[in-house]
Design a protein around this ligand. Structure first.
Ligand code: ZN
Length: 115
């Protein structure tokens, strides 16, 4: 059994980047919550900005969770196995999309049913 050291290192690096991005976003949001300017137009812009930030925070958070989950799967030895059919996922596919939980043929099936 392999524990995918290269993919894991790549994932941990990505998780670190996302965590610091998240911290920065959260910091920005907090700042804006504290002091809304009196000028209405400025307020509107600030609200718009915090909406964008919130969406970004959401997105970043979700991606981070996905990566953390993937690292857990590596630790548990469940990584690289298709969630749908139980087959091994090709290493080439894992390297390209490290947090995939489906093998190529199941992913294609899923895409077809989504379309
Ligand atoms: Zn499969």
């Amino acid at each position: 059994m392999t524990n995918y050291p290269e993919i894991r290192a790549q994932l941990e690096l990505e998780a670190q980047t996302l965590r610091s991005r998240l911290q920065k976003i959260t910091g920005d949001l907090r700042q804006e919550d504290g002091a809304l300017s009196a000028d209405f137009e400025e307020q509107a812009v600030e609200l718009e900005n915090s909406e964008v930030l919130s969406a970004l925070e959401d997105q970043t958070h979700r991606k981070l969770k996905q990566i953390e989950h993937t690292i857990e799967r590596i630790e548990n030895g469940n990584y690289g196995v298709c969630n749908s059919c139980g087959d091994d996922i090709a290493l080439k596919r894992l390297t390209a999309i490290p947090y995939t939980t489906l093998c190529l043929s199941c992913a294609e099936e899923a895409e077809k049913s989504n379309a």
